[in-house]
Design a protein around this ligand. Structure first.
Ligand code: AMP
Ligand code: ZN
Length: 468
């Protein structure tokens, strides 16, 4: 029985779907004005684990992820520069070029981390009409007002505004009056459509019933979520920073437009943090501070992407994870041990071996207990250390890999200097030489393999091999 934490209920609840055996899943994608940092990637790894567990539990998952390529402003308060234009200025390119480049880099990062791609990718700039239509609907229903710089959502019109974050609306009203942007009626109101500045030509702008401009950031996810997944959605995910503003506003505008609950499960991943932040305090990783580590930073320092995936499994997704280079070294050593074990076990696998039920059950129980990744890893290592026949342990690991996504089957080829079939062929040549009493050739083959790091072990049952 799958149990998941729902930010809306603040509880770990028994998972249930709207349609039997089907899950509609929306995950907020990257704002493509720069590379994804490893904090962003932690969130996408958590969402990948969630999706893999849903599939393992027998659900057919329809996964949509957006790409934010317009309208995400530097400040949550609906002002400041558009991050896309910021990126364009930084690199002397157009906002469109920036979006295309960093979207490609993002998809590449997902591949390198063995993250399964969504079924549908959707870009904000490809869905401007849907966003305008949604704003019009809100306008017709009386949820909006117009200021000098755009169309705003009036949060005071909703009784349950802020329910996801359990916002203290009265406290916010009292506290934020002074800093409120001109024309805003309530501090929590947010832009649905921003008008282009009169004195400036924006790179990305579109005609609308309210004048030339661009969509507010939040409206894209509601418009595309409804377009691709419908008026009733099972799960919506993101990092915890999305709870108070982005998802709160998505819920407000979607539910105001639809007139009913939109998403059943809101699931959020905790942050990757830096214990030795720039200020000496705990600092979250953010792109806008300009100080961030990418997957390329890690590979340049000798940590393959898989090591970072493993590193993320060390913490439950609802716990903050502190990034340290010592932690990465430990993950690197663990992955090296894991590879050696997998190669050894794999060499004994017949294809007919059955997984060990006890370990699979322990693993699934951990996975279904609100995605307890550290306990999943413990079950994996428990199985590896079992004294059962190696082929059975390998079969067990293959089951677990459906969730772990470490790619045990691929691991062998990547880690070996020559394909396994070639090693087997040379072992057969060596056996033939030994039978013909040609010990010189036999020894030569052993030495050649040893130079490549492949060790042969002779026993009564025949010759096996492992990578040293
Ligand atoms: P953004 O590109 O800012 O829209 O962020 C993309 C995703 O990364 C969102 O789901 C964020 O909630 C998430 N995110 C941002 N910073 C971090 C962090 N330090 N750790 C984990 N997730 C993060
Ligand atoms: Zn979103």
């Amino acid at each position: 029985m799958l149990r998941l934490y729902n930010t809306m209920t603040r509880n770990v609840d028994d998972f249930a779907t709207i349609e039997p055996r089907q899950v509609s899943l929306y995950t907020c994608g990257l704002t493509v004005y720069n590379y994804a940092h490893i904090g962003n990637l932690r969130t996408y790894i958590f969402e990948d684990i969630l999706k893999r567990i849903l599939r393992r539990c027998g659900y057919d998952v329809n996964h949509v992820m957006n790409i934010t390529d317009v309208g995400h402003l530097v400040s949550d308060a609906d002002d400041g520069e558009d991050k896309m234009e910021l990126g364009a200025r930084r690199e002397g390119k157009t906002a469109w070029q920036i979006a295309e480049f960093y979207q490609g880099a993002f998809v590449n990062d997902l591949h390198r981390l063995n993250i399964i791609e969504p079924d549908i990718w959707c870009k904000a700039t490809d869905h401007i009409q849907e966003q305008i239509d949604l704003v019009r609907k809100l306008e017709q229903k009386g949820f909006t007002y117009i200021t000098d710089d755009g169309v705003y959502f009036d949060t005071s019109k909703l009784d349950d505004y802020g329910k996801l974050a359990r916002l203290d609306i009265e406290g916010l009203q009292a506290g934020a009056r002074i800093e409120m942007a001109p024309g805003k009626k309530n501090p929590t109101d947010f832009a649905l459509w921003k008008l282009s500045p009169a004195d400036q030509q924006r790179q990305m702008e579109w005609d609308s019933p309210w004048g030339a401009g661009f969509p507010g950031w939040h409206i894209e996810c509601s418009a595309m979520g409804i377009r691709y997944l419908g008026e009733h959605v099972d799960i919506h995910c993101g990092g915890v920073d999305h709870i108070a503003v982005h998802h709160t506003n998505e819920i407000a505008q979607a539910e105001a437009a639809l007139g009913h609950e939109w998403v059943r499960w809101w699931i959020h991943g905790e942050f990757l943090i830096f214990p030795q932040g720039r200020t000496g305090e705990e600092a979250k990783m953010s792109k806008s501070s300009g100080e961030f580590i990418t997957l390329d930073t890690l590979t340049e320092r000798g940590y393959e992407p898989l090591v970072y995936r493993y590193f993320c499994f060390n913490a439950h997704y609802r716990q903050q994870l502190a990034f340290t280079w010592d932690g990465m070294d430990a993950a690197k050593a663990a992955v090296a041990r894991l590879k050696r074990a997998v190669l050894d076990l794999r060499s004994q696998y017949t294809g007919d071996d059955q997984p060990i039920a006890r370990w699979v059950a322990q693993f699934d129980e951990a996975a279904e207990d609100d995605l307890n990744a550290p306990r999943c890893l413990a079950a994996m290592w428990g199985a590896i250390k079992d004294t059962a026949p190696k082929g059975e342990i390998y079969a067990t690991l293959l089951e677990m890999d459906a969730v772990l996504g470490f790619g045990f089957e691929k691991m062998q080829e990547e880690a070996l200097p020559i394909p396994a079939t070639e090693i087997e062929k040379r072992i057969a040549d060596r056996n033939a030489a030994r039978e013909a009493k040609d010990f010189v050739t036999a020894d030569q083959i052993r030495q050649e393999l040893a130079q490549m790091g492949i060790e042969l072990m002779d026993s009564a049952e025949g010759t096996t091999w492992q990578k040293k």
